[in-house]
Design a protein around this ligand. Structure first.
Ligand SMILES: Cc1cc2nc3c(=O)[nH]c(=O)nc-3n(C[C@H](O)[C@H](O)[C@H](O)COP(=O)(O)OP(=O)(O)OC[C@H]3O[C@@H](n4cnc5c(N)ncnc54)[C@H](O)[C@@H]3O)c2cc1C
Length: 668
């Protein structure tokens, strides 16, 4: 083989050069077989660094390029671009990661320099076996699927629809709105949540470019960027949407009010025929089959009898609908932390311990207490309230991360208590206040000025066992006040637990349907946490809002808009270029065992019964390599990951072991 390889060693400021002797590595690289030129440079990713590569390709006639720098996730695309501009096929390039894999993981300069040589040697040996590849152009279907109708999904759907593109919005619940619909006021501006949300919900319901599929779930997704087919189950409401006028008579006449109302966070009960809340979109009711007397005992039908438009349909069945789209935006949101898991705070055991979502509903004028802050008896106004921050967050036993919104909404609660019960004492128990956001710190100062008592210390427990006369009949919050270094027992009438944000309980199953990954905490994984927080590793699928991680409403809205902008840019281009890294099957070698058929996570392999061989549908293949590794006859090849390329790289990395003088005597 007679290739001309250029090797470029990046200093990355001191990120690499602080630990690796980059000059020595470059000199050594220049002495390796096939290497025509080797240079080191301060920042290879800078325009000057890229120009260096381009110039050498043109002037020295390089046929292969290796850049030793950071992770390919950061800059593989950058350097492939540089090769392409200079007329070299971008796949004749290889990157050696001497930062994350080397300089960042050791202080030992000698070892780091040695490892850099090994990684570069592997890249040189590999790149000479690279083949030129051409990206696959794929046409983009201009329709988009948005899954989840909380504020993040609503924002994404409206941006796209207003831009003139059709959106299918699939929402699991009978109405869109998500958690924001349950909130009373929103920090730090104290806008009424419903007042700013409902116009957007209404717009979604009316928009000619939005097909809203509420009370529906995506069961299956086939295809690839530009051409996905989603199978959606539209659950039976037992109400004919064409005939229903949303008059509410069926709800009024339903004799059963036995079910805990999820929308009211369990504070109230709802009928078996229900619309989740007055501003629901769409505004058709649903019959809760599990609790309906008719479905259980075959009697009642009060709703049907009184419905003026004959819209009740007990025979209605679930429908399976297939929709074809080019891109998918997931906005499935979060689950609130289950306060029962922390038994020492007494939720579910002591009546007057509430969760923050219950409190949101309680202070809401449209909620079960019509906005009155009262104890569980529905009458008594508390004279003192403790608000415990970080319940289930920043805690090694539950979730180690910060839920980002609890400090601010806990301060919001302190403000609302002062507004509604001016004589009540409020105690906020916090670890430290996190008020990073526009006008958030100012809001914190405002609540302090209003007289909230902020006690720095994680509450140890909530008990109703009185030790002192003033504790009789009260809930006592015990905490170490870390500012004064003393244990404190604060007797109060009501405790509010500021529960954190968690990944949805079914996030893993949803991730599987869409071919995504979940992180350690269960949130969907983005393509890059800093540079590409809304796209995922699966081309054409974005994640927005709290399904990606804890965030507040402004960030959820911004993410929704960001994903929509990216999708619109793809749609207007008409086609996307897909990575040519794909598997292919040599039919002559295929034994027809079909092991690969069931293994492929993208359903990209078909079996031809006539010839008894399998074939990869190139457009569906994502190049994951599962089939390549599993094929017992070695009939499958992964483009850009051939055995020859990978084995050469391994042999290259082990260059020093192959040189007898470098192998320790006792082993040699
Ligand atoms: C007590 C409390 C108070 C808060 N107060 C504030 C505040 O004052 N200001 C602020 O900025 N933030 C506040 N927040 C945070 C706020 O709730 C979130 O930032 C916001 O609701 C996130 O919106 P989302 O669209 O990402 O998720 P969600 O609101 O959870 O919406 C997700 C939607 O997706 C649907 N869905 C889920 N799974 C599926 C599926 N598989 N298929 C179809 N649909 C699905 C759900 O039904 C839901 O409608 C508060 C949070 C809490 C817990």
């Amino acid at each position: 083989m007679d290739e001309k390889v250029g090797v470029y060693v990046c200093h990355c400021g001191t990120n690499i050069a602080g630990t690796v002797d980059v000059e020595e590595v470059a000199t050594w690289s220049g002495e390796q077989p096939n290497v025509a030129v080797a240079r080191d440079y301060k920042f290879m990713c800078s325009s000057l660094g890229q120009e260096l590569v381009e110039q050498d390709i043109k002037e020295l006639g390089l046929t292969r390029v290796v850049v030793a720098a950071c992770s390919p996730h950061m800059h593989e695309k950058t350097f492939r671009g540089a090769c392409e501009r200079a007329g070299l096929n971008p796949y004749l390039f290889e990157m050696a990661n001497i930062r994350e894999f080397d300089s960042w993981v050791t202080d030992d300069r000698e070892a780091a320099t040695h490892k850099a040589k090994s990684l570069i040697k592997g890249a040189i040996e590999r790149v000479v076996h690279h083949q030129p590849l051409e990206p696959l152009p794929v046409e983009i279907n201009p329709n988009t699927l948005v899954v989840g109708g909380g504020i993040a999904g609503i924002s994404a759907a409206l941006e796209l629809a207003d831009g003139g593109f059709h959106v299918y919005l699939v929402e699991r619940e009978p109405s869109i709105g998500g958690h924001m619909a349950q909130l009373d006021k929103t920090f730090p501006t104290l806008d009424c949540s419903a007042c700013i949300l409902t116009p957007r919900m209404f717009d979604v319901g009316q928009h000619p470019n939005i097909t809203l599929l509420s009370y529906s779930e995506v069961e299956k997704v086939d295809g690839y960027v530009g051409d996905f087919t989603a199978t959606v189950r539209k659950k039976a409401r037992y109400v004919n949407e064409e005939l229903c006028t949303g008059c509410g008579i069926c709800v009024e006449k339903c004799p059963q009010s036995v079910v805990d109302d999820v929308f009211e966070a369990g504070l109230g009960q709802r009928k078996v025929v229900y619309t989740p809340f007055p501003q629901a979109v769409p505004n058709y009711p649903v019959i809760d089959r599990e609790n309906c007397i008719y479905f259980q005992r075959g009697k009642c039908k009060a709703c049907e009898i009184f419905c003026p438009t004959e819209a009740i349909d007990f025979e209605q069945q679930d429908e399976l609908i297939e929709i074809e789209v080019g891109c998918i935006i997931l906005a499935t949101g979060y689950d609130p932390f289950d306060a029962r898991r922390i038994a020492r705070y007494g939720y579910g055991q002591m009546a007057n311990v509430f969760t923050s979502l219950e409190f949101e509903r309680m202070v809401n004028a449209a909620g079960p207490t019509e906005g009155r802050i009262v104890l569980r008896d529905g009458e008594t106004q508390p004279e003192s309230i403790a608000i415990i921050h970080c319940v289930g967050s920043r805690d090694q036993n539950y979730n180690e991360y910060c839920s980002k919104v609890c400090c601010m909404y806990s301060l919001k609660f302190a403000h609302l208590v002062h507004e509604r019960l001016p004589n009540a004492e409020v105690y906020n128990f916090y670890i430290d206040i996190r008020s990073a956001g526009k006008r958030y710190e100012e809001f914190y100062q405002r609540v302090l000025a209003e007289g909230a008592n902020l006690i720095r210390g994680r509450a140890a427990e909530v008990t109703d066992v009185a030790r002192l006369p003033d504790e009789e009949g009260k809930l006592i919050v015990q905490a170490e006040d870390t500012l004064i270094g003393q244990q404190r027992r604060i007797p109060v009438d009501m405790v509010v637990l500021s529960i954190g944000i968690q990944a949805r309980h079914d996030a893993t199953e949803v991730a599987q349907i869409f071919g995504l990954g979940c992180d350690f905490d269960g949130f969907f994984i983005e393509r890059h946490p800093k540079l590409d927080p809304v796209f995922t590793m699966t081309e054409g699928i974005s994640i927005v809002g709290t399904c990606q991680g804890p965030m507040d409403i402004p960030d959820s809205v911004a993410q929704g808009a960001a994903a929509a902008a990216r999708v619109m840019s793809m749609i207007t281009q008409g086609t996307v270029m897909m990575e040519p890294v794909r598997a292919s099957i040599n039919a002559d070698q295929c034994s027809g065992c079909r092991i690969c058929n069931n293994l492929c996570p993208y359903n990209a392999i078909v079996f031809h019964e006539d010839d008894e061989v399998s074939e990869v549908i190139t457009a569906l293949c994502q190049g994951c390599g599962s089939c390549v590794a599993a094929c017992p006859s070695g009939a499958i090849t992964g483009a850009h990951f051939t055995d020859e390329q990978l084995i050469s790289q391994v042999v290259g990395v082990l260059w020093d072991v192959r040189q007898p003088e470098l192998v320790p005597a006792e082993e040699g």
